[in-house]
Write a protein that binds this ligand. Structure first.
Ligand code: NAP
Length: 252
């Protein structure tokens, strides 16, 4: 077993599906103890069983990434996981959701939820993790943005705006904590086939046609490998941003 993260503890939000699930698995395979967070408890329990069966360590904490008390409880559960507690070395702030459509035609009744999860909930966890790591003078924070958080896309303009906000928060945070040895990175995926498309409301009509010419799309594993790569660099090297697209994705 490759033990690049042996002795480290990682929090991964949005670990019941897609990018978060595979990232938690890969970190655990590389020796990290992982605290996995999402709303769907049964899926987290399955993941913990899978990691434990392979000889790894994992703890499931069910909660809502848009609810501050659930995020605070995630931090507390991670820090008191075992006798004497654990430290938190890595926080992967990944939980999020998409929303099909632009500013004119996306479902406005879902706007608040998109911002509560993708921006406000993420910012609360980013702050909590960074405050803790600042005191310890070290740690890694990775947030999942999006290519549409850099390039406005007409088929997800409102969702994209939430990821522009994440990019701003991440760079602001990096400037506040980097002198304390805390690394902060933004990973911006292109199109990854996951639970994301169903939740966002993408269909063959509004999405399938636009991506048909892009060829093979990404798998969550492609993003998880990028995350593990940047976490495995020497402590003085901080890759601040990576954008990972399917090779054939011209835009966004
Ligand atoms: N797939 C793409 O093409 C793509 C592209 C760029 C960026 N991203 C970003 O990548 C991240 C992961 O997405 P994915 O593709 O892996 O999608 P996914 O398969 O739908 O996974 C989303 C994860 O987020 C969790 N989540 C959503 N809302 C939550 C909430 N309120 N509280 C707690 N957990 C919540 C879900 O868990 P529960 O439902 O169990 O709570 C699930 O584990 C998101 O931030 C997304 O915006 C995705």
């Amino acid at each position: 077993m490759d033990l690049a993260f042996s002795g480290k503890t990682a929090i991964v939000t949005g670990a019941s599906s897609g990018i978060g699930r595979v990232t938690a698995l890969k970190l655990a395979q590389s020796g990290a103890a992982v605290v996995v967070f999402a709303r769907r408890r049964a899926l987290l329990d399955e993941l913990v069983s899978q990691i434990s069966a392979a000889g790894g360590k994992a703890l499931a904490v069910a909660g809502d990434a848009s609810v501050t008390k659930d995020i605070d409880s995630l931090m507390e559960r991670a820090l008191s996981w075992e006798d004497g507690g654990r430290k938190i070395d890595i926080a992967v702030v990944n939980a999020g959701r998409g929303l099909a459509g632009g500013i004119l035609n996306s479902d406005e009744s879902q706007w608040r939820e998109v911002y509560e999860i993708n921006v406000l909930g993420a910012a609360h966890l980013l702050r909590a993790a960074a405050q803790y790591m600042n005191v310890r003078k070290g740690g890694d924070i990775v947030a999942i943005g999006s290519v549409v958080g850099r390039n406005v896309s007409p088929f997800s303009g409102f969702y994209g705006s939430s990821k522009f906000a994440v990019a701003g928060i991440i760079e602001g945070l990096r400037r506040e904590v980097c002198s304390n040895g805390v690394r902060v990175s933004l990973v911006m995926p292109g199109i990854v086939v996951s639970g994301f498309q169903d939740v966002a409301g993408y269909t063959v009509e509004n999405f399938g046609k636009s991506v048909a010419q892009f060829g093979k799309l990404l798998d969550p594993k492609d993003i998880a490998e990028g995350i593990c790569w940047l976490l495995s660099l020497p402590p003085h090297v901080n890759v601040n941003e990576i954008m990972i697209r399917p090779t054939g994705q011209t835009y966004p």
